[in-house]
Design a protein around this ligand. Structure first.
Ligand code: PLP
Length: 485
């Protein structure tokens, strides 16, 4: 007698009872999504209200409220308030725009729900994408690579390999506890904060990341770097790595990568590059010279969700020394034997289960072609220089730093106001711009509050920048006259 049979008299599943209804709902969703993107230029950017937030706060749903009802709620309370990175007037931070085909690719990947070994396609598609990325970025073809969630994870991954490869102890076995000569590494003051966090998580302590001063172009000052390394050596520390910035987040500055590569080679240090968005300058006919030396990095971190316009999340780490890479992350477990004999990805990243993010990269690269991406990246660079010219032609505005890539840093000025007053005025100006649906962000450069337009947007057109400058001057003038009153 089988006792448990009773319990199974009614079995449950998440598949729908009525497939036709779900398919119809799916078609509606698709229509709604594509129409939203089609009309994105007319989308009014509105921040979420307290009222909507209150509506989102609800008790744990115990019973089904149904598919249609849930989708209706999504349309009412969620969909209207995206982070509007896909809007043609969004140039804040370094925000990705995604693309309509990217949305569909995500859906295809979700359907395959793949998290698997080399017996199936996801492994081979990821390999193919990595091969392409190496070729596009001129990185050595025998390097290893892995797709990760984004720039932060890509940097963390590269720096983990750097730490293990250059430690004077067996880090995997002993951890950082037994290190005698404190490991130190270097990047410029303009380095992204995710680098600091990576170093903290790697157990090295953020003091070990030396933040080197920059020159007037916001590039790492090579002399200061060399002095710092020398002094650290003299003090008994172990300088093991230099992190180059290929496109800094504040201004888009590129360090002199060739000099950094030379220094690392000479001193037997690991050369890591944070090329989150900037690595893609490789595709620009006017600015690819900036990336010279990138191919010499021991590890290169970048993402595809910012300047390659792919939907979040997708980033990549390439590592010149395959073995150093897999030694760091190798994953040996009886329950996975056979599976990993040829499947290397889990040996290259922190994650075991991973979504099939390679699929969107594969589809988008094939469907659009890399030349299209090169054109739009070039267009963004040209737009940045165009905007800079518009700014230089207005006496009310000044560039705070010359444009070097796709980021324009400027401020509203008035000769009767102190720097402090100007900081205040520009902060107010930014808020007004946001409320008017134009979204730059800000940073502080040499103590000056600076508006920052970072163009990684395939939807912006010349006209948007003409209108933007008009708005900045109009609102700036009005804030100014309020201040004077
Ligand atoms: C955005 C950015 C990062 C972090 O990347 P995420 O994808 O946001 O994790 C790192 N470095 C630079 C220069 C960036 O612009």
């Amino acid at each position: 007698m089988i006792r448990n049979i009773e319990k199974l008299s009614k079995e449950h599943t998440l598949d729908p009872k009525n497939w036709d209804n779900l398919i119809a709902l799916g078609h509606n969703m698709l229509d709604d999504m594509m129409n939203f993107l089609k009309n994105i230029r007319k989308h009014e950017i509105v921040p979420i209200s307290e009222e909507v937030i209150a509506k989102i706060r609800q008790p744990v749903p115990l019973k089904s409220q149904g598919y249609e009802e849930t989708y209706k709620e999504f349309l009412e309370h969620v969909f209207p308030y995206p982070v509007p990175g896909m809007h043609p007037h969004f140039w804040g931070f370094v925000m990705g725009t995604g693309s309509p085909l990217g949305v569909l690719s995500e859906m295809l990947a979700a359907c395959m729900n793949s998290n698997g070994p080399n017996y199936f396609t996801p492994y081979h598609i990821e390999n193919q994408v990595i091969e392409w990325l190496k070729e596009i970025l001129d990185y050595p073809q025998d390097a290893s690579g892995v797709l990760v969630s984004g720039g932060s994870m890509a940097n963390f991954t590269g720096l983990a390999v750097a730490r293990n490869a250059k430690a004077q102890v067996d880090i995997k076995k002993q951890g950082v506890q037994d290190i005698q000569n404190k490991m130190v590494l270097y990047t410029s003051k303009e380095g992204h904060k995710c680098l600091t966090r990576a170093i903290e998580l790697l157990g090295l302590g953020n003091e070990s990341l030396r933040l080197i001063p920059v020159n007037e172009k916001f590039q790492i000052d090579i002399k200061s770097l060399e002095t710092a390394i020398k002094e650290d050596k003299r003090a008994g520390f172990h300088p093991f790595c230099v992190i180059g910035n290929a496109g800094s987040v504040n201004t888009g500055a590129f360090d002199d990568l060739i000099s950094l590569a030379d220094i690392c080679e000479e001193k037997d240090m690991w050369f890591h590059i944070d090329g989150a968005f900037g690595a893609w300058a490789k595709l620009s006919s006017t600015h690819n010279y900036l990336t010279r030396g990138m191919e010499r990095a021991d590890s290169l971190a970048f993402d595809l969700h910012k300047w390659m316009y792919m939907p979040y999340e997708i980033g990549c780490t390439l590592v010149r020394d395959k073995e150093a890479h897999s030694k760091t992350f190798i994953y040996e477990a009886e329950y996975l034997e056979n599976i990993f004999e040829r499947h290397e990805a889990p040996n290259y990243s922190v994650q075991l289960s991973r979504n099939f993010k390679a699929l969107k990269a594969w589809i988008l690269l094939k469907a659009d072609g890399i030349e299209k991406y090169a054109q739009i990246i070039q267009q963004n660079i040209d737009q940045a220089y165009y905007l800079a010219e518009l700014i230089e032609n207005r006496h009310e505005l000044e560039l705070v730093v010359p444009v070097s890539l796709n980021i324009v840093c400027f401020r509203y000025i008035n000769e009767n106001l102190s720097d402090e007053k100007l900081n205040d005025l520009n902060a107010q100006l930014l808020m007004h711009l946001w409320f008017n649906g134009m979204i730059p962000s800000y940073t502080t450069l040499n103590g000056k509050y600076t508006l920052r337009v970072s163009i990684t947007n395939h939807r912006s057109i010349k006209e948007d920048f003409n209108n933007f400058v008009e708005e900045v001057v109009r609102i700036g003038n009005s804030v100014l006259s309020n201040q004077i009153e």
